[in-house]
Structure formats: structure tokens, C-alpha cells
Design a protein around this ligand. Structure first.
Ligand code: SAH
Ligand code: DHB
Ligand code: MG
Length: 224
């Protein structure tokens, strides 16, 4: 289903607010060369991320799901030294391309790339008692979103902003996942958690993504 009106709204918003840098476009092109899935955030979400980062001015950022560094680039472009972003990715080749991309953009000094299974890397950060984060972007495998949230809460300092991508699953039915859809189940459980956890004040901002005008959501949570 193509939602013409949504496409027009998305294009309108982008034309007003999202001046995507030529260099950022190259970041996406790098991924396309090796047929890496084209599942980075859309440019409007990139702009939203960079704006939230500028508002918060975080010192320690965590990203779960690097892919080829497109969202990392938007976030890093909004950081001020000595702030750092640690970004987690299970596919080594993705992380390598991301590093090349961030280097080309002159942003690599902001970024620490870690390769591995995110749940394991997060537990390692906890065990090593690394300093807590004040901005977190969750954007990896959807079925693990509830576990990511639990660990991220342990890794957050008060005032931390937790942003989560793709919190409106693609299924036609809204608010309830079908039995065999582990990703949608993960997302709906996660949404329930950010809505009801007394330590969090949250909202889902709807976004229009892709070339068919699909509505998705970005979770935004403030840790108290
Ligand atoms: N944030 C990126 C997109 C991430 S796509 C952007 O917007 O530009 C999701 C990424 O998470 C993929 O690269 C995938 O390899 C990675 N991923 C999936 N499951 C993972 C896991 N269990 N641990 C670490 N990374 C994972
Ligand atoms: C898809 C999109 C995403 O932003 C993501 O993180 C994972 C998958 C998708 O469109 O399939
Ligand atoms: Mg995503």
C-alpha cells in the first residue's frame, strides 16, 4: 500500500528541515556497494537524533546497532569534544565500513566501535563498571529490545535520554503482535515497559519512513 499523502508530508518536512550532507549520502552509498541491507534510519530521524543530542549535549553516548554508521554519523556530528559514542555491532564488516565512513567525515575521534553480540557487550560494560551513559540509541534486533532496555537502565545516569528506533511494527494490527512474530512481540513489550516504568517519562513520536509512506515510531524516554 502506498500512502501518497504521507509521502508528500515526508518530502515537505525533509525539504524544510533535513539538509542531508553530500558526505552523509556517501555513507549510504558505501553500504549499497556490498549489498548490506538498506535499513539505516531515514534522514528525518537522523536529523531528530542530532537535534536531541544537541539539546542534551551528552558526554557518553551508547548506540546499539551500528550498521555502516549512518545514524552514528548524525549523532557524532552533534557531539562536542570530549564527548564519545560507543557503538555496538555484531557483523565485523559493518563495523569496518562504519569506521571508514566516520573517518571520511572527520568524526572518527568521537567514536569507539565494538564488535560482538550486543547483549554480551552490554553485560561486559556493566561488569567492568564503565561510566554510565547520558544518551542511548537502541536500533538492533527488535526481539531483544526488552533486554536492551533493562541493561540500558542499569547503564544510565539520571537525565539520560534513551531513543529507540522502529517501535511501530509493520504488522497491520496495531498494539498486538502475532504469535510467531518475535520482533513485534519484543517491540510491543518494550513499548509497554517504556510507558509504565516509573523511572521513565516517554513518548513515541511517529515518523514517515521509506518510499511507500509507512508510519513508524521513535521512542523517546527520559530517565529520572
Ligand atoms: N543504527 C543504524 C542501523 C542499524 S540496523 C543506522 O540507522 O544507521 C541494525 C544493526 O544491528 C545491523 O547492522 C545488525 O547487524 C546489528 N545487530 C543485529 N542484531 C545484533 C546483535 N544481537 N548484536 C549486535 N548487533 C546486532
Ligand atoms: C528495518 C528497519 C530498521 O530501521 C531496522 O533497524 C531494522 C529493520 C527494516 O525496514 O526491515
Ligand atoms: Mg532502525
Amino acid at each position: 500500500m502506498t500512502l501518497e499523502r504521507n509521502i508528500k508530508i515526508k518530502n515537505y518536512i525533509n525539504s524544510l528541515f533535513v539538509g542531508e550532507d553530500v558526505e552523509f549520502k556517501k555513507v549510504k552509498a558505501e553500504g549499497m556497494k556490498e549489498s548490506i541491507p538498506d535499513i539505516h534510519v531515514p534522514s528525518n530521524v537522523g536529523k531528530l537524533l542530532s537535534l536531541l543530542v544537541r539539546m542534551k549535549n551528552p558526554q557518553r553516548v551508547l548506540e546499539i546497532g551500528t550498521l555502516i554508521g549512518y545514524s552514528t554519523s548524525w549523532i557524532a556530528s552533534a557531539l562536542k569534544p570530549p564527548a564519545k559514542i560507543i557503538t555496538l555491532e555484531k557483523v565485523e564488516r559493518h563495523s569496518e565500513i562504519a569506521k571508514e565512513n566516520l573517518t571520511r567525515l572527520g568524526l572518527v575521534d568521537f567514536v569507539e566501535f565494538r564488535v560482538g553480540i550486543a547483549l554480551e557487550l552490554l553485560k561486559e560494560i556493566l561488569q567492568k563498571k564503565e561510566a554510565p551513559f547520558d544518551f542511548i540509541f537502541i536500533d538492533a534486533d527488535k526481539q531483544n529490545y526488552p533486554k536492551y532496555l533493562e541493561l540500558c537502565l542499569q547503564l544510565s545516569q539520571p537525565g539520560c535520554v534513551i531513543v529507540s528506533d522502529n517501535v511501530i511494527p509493520k504488522d497491520p494490527e496495531i498494539g498486538k503482535a502475532s504469535e510467531n512474530d518475535a520482533d513485534a512481540q519484543g517491540i510491543y513489550t518494550f513499548n509497554q515497559m517504556i510507558a509504565t516504568n516509573p523511572k521513565l517519562t516517554s513518548i513515541i513520536a511517529t515518523t514517515i519512513v521509506g518510499d511507500k509512506g509507512r508510519v513508524d515510531g521513535i521512542g523517546i524516554s527520559l530517565v529520572s
